[in-house]
Design a protein around this ligand. Structure first.
Ligand code: ADP
Length: 461
């Protein structure tokens, strides 16, 4: 409705402006036309009346009478059959001496005083007559003036016709503008309405629905595409969220049920002090595990939160890697694992130091975890083109090629790792990947030919 009214307003204003311009132009042109003809006629007649033989009295009234009565002046005129006259007036008295037609147009003071063109309005019988008069003061006979005049009735009639046509056009636009506005608005709104309806049926329980791209108008295709792409992303995120919650719940349940069973068995009858102590120690172990899980989840949630941007600063990776490796030396000694370091000095990147420590820590933790006693772990850090590469190699059993893509997923663990006591939650690599990605870097894994996994982190300089 609003669009229709706007259409009416805009078209209406435009049409009115155009009509006014057209009308003014036509009526000016008509007026000019009348004046030109009167001027021409008066000039021609004045030259016909001039008698060069008689210098004393070049204008002979009798001759004028003859000429005008003969009507031959009028017949030359463009307005033969209209109310038209040519007449001679006496400037001293204002008296009409000779006239070609019995047309009683009054002589005004203006005409006597020298005004050339004048529109005279006067009552004739019962209607108002409008006459255009041209007064030509004769240079060869200064006491007389020759006048040509014509009724404007014809001109006014033409003007009225033009006005009528313009009004009809205006009425046409007046009806067509809102109709076309209505039509266009509907054309634009119908597909939007359809799209809106589909969008309204999409619920969080059924995020798989999409708006049909083919049925929507071309103009809307981009909107629909964007909308569908957004739904894709939301669905993906929602799916991952669901998976994550399910996995997290599962991880929480295992230690809880171990504790539950342990406590039930212990409490089922009277025990000695040693048994209670053992039971409590086992509970303590599980509580530690739960605490570790809670902490890891918290960290993960933090890296997920885009608002919590990285606290970027210049980080010396050479020092950072060295420092993290140092923390593992005792553990390596315990397992008689040889820790080899090849760290180039002054490797600097812009990044969040705490999070980068976490990445190196997780990689080394895994390397030591999955390398059997007496094995070897090698850490290399160096410049690699426009990036710094950190490589952690171990001498464990490596990661099957088909699993390599998935170990960065949350809670994903290889079967061999699941059964292990020291196995983590399957979150370490997910966190590492997230942090590296936030830094604009990459993390990859491959196996050494000699066995063992190689993790490579690349951070842009
Ligand atoms: P976790 O805390 O269980 O170690 P990660 O996300 O760090 O979780 O690792 C995911 C899985 O990838 C591990 O459970 C393990 O199966 C496998 N993995 C990670 N690092 C290594 C490695 N260096 N050698 C062999 N397997 C590894």
């Amino acid at each position: 409705m609003r669009l229709a009214l706007w259409g009416l307003l805009l078209f209406g204003v435009m049409q009115i402006v155009v009509s006014v311009v057209v009308f003014v132009a036509i009526s000016t042109w008509l007026g000019d036309q009348v004046d030109d003809n009167l001027l021409l006629t008066a000039t021609q007649v004045s030259s016909v009346l001039y008698d060069p033989e008689d210098a004393q009295n070049p204008l002979d009234i009798a001759d004028v009478q003859l000429q005008l009565a003969d009507n031959n002046v009028a017949t030359q005129s463009f307005l033969t059959d209209k109310l038209f006259f040519v007449r001679l007036i006496d400037l001293a008295t204002g008296e009409v001496l000779v006239s070609s037609a019995a047309y009683d147009v009054p002589v005004s003071a203006n005409q006597l005083s020298g005004t050339t063109f004048e529109t005279v309005r006067f009552a004739e019988e019962d209607d108002l007559d409008e006459v255009r008069v041209y007064t030509l003061h004769l240079s060869y006979a200064p006491q007389f003036a020759l006048q040509a005049g014509v009724s404007l009735e014809e001109t006014r009639e033409i003007e009225r016709d033009v006005l009528r046509i313009l009004l009809v056009l205006l009425a046409f636009t007046g009806t067509m503008a809102p109709l076309s506005g209505w039509f266009l608005a509907n054309r634009a709104l119908v597909p939007i309405r359809a799209t809106t309806q589909t969008a309204a049926t999409i619920h969080e329980t059924d995020l798989s629905r999409r708006i049909d791209l083919n049925s929507s108008e071309v103009e809307l295709a981009q909107l629909v595409q964007t909308f569908n792409a957004m739904l894709d992303r939301i669905e993906g995120a929602f799916q991952r969220q669901k998976q994550f919650t399910a996995d997290a719940a599962h991880e929480l349940r295992t230690p809880l049920s171990i504790m539950q069973t342990g406590l039930e068995v212990t409490l089922s009858k009277e025990r000695d002090a040693q048994t209670y102590q053992n039971a409590l120690m086992s509970v303590q172990e599980e509580v530690q595990r739960l605490t570790a899980l809670a902490n890891t989840l918290l960290r993960l949630a933090r890296t997920d939160n885009h608002d919590l941007m990285l606290e970027r600063q210049t980080v010396d990776l050479s020092l950072l890697v060295d420092m993290v490796v140092e923390q593992f030396s005792a553990r390596a000694d315990d397992k008689q694992i040889l820790l080899r370091l090849e760290i180039a000095p002054n490797l600097r990147v812009e990044g969040d130091e705490d999070r980068l420590i976490q990445v190196v820590f997780n990689l080394l933790d895994n390397a030591l975890k999955y390398t059997p006693d007496g094995g070897e772990v090698r850490v290399v850090a160096m410049n690699d083109g426009d990036a710094v590469a950190i490589r952690v190699e171990d001498s464990g059993q490596g990661i099957p090629v088909e699993e390599q893509a998935r170990i960065f997923d949350r809670f994903y663990r290889l079967d061999s790792a699941r059964s292990r006591v020291e196995g983590g939650f399957g979150l370490g690599l997910a966190i590492a990947k997230r942090v590296v990605t936030l830094h604009g870097g990459t993390i990859e894994v491959h196996n050494k030919i000699s066995g063992g996994a190689v993790f490579t982190v690349r951070l842009p300089l």
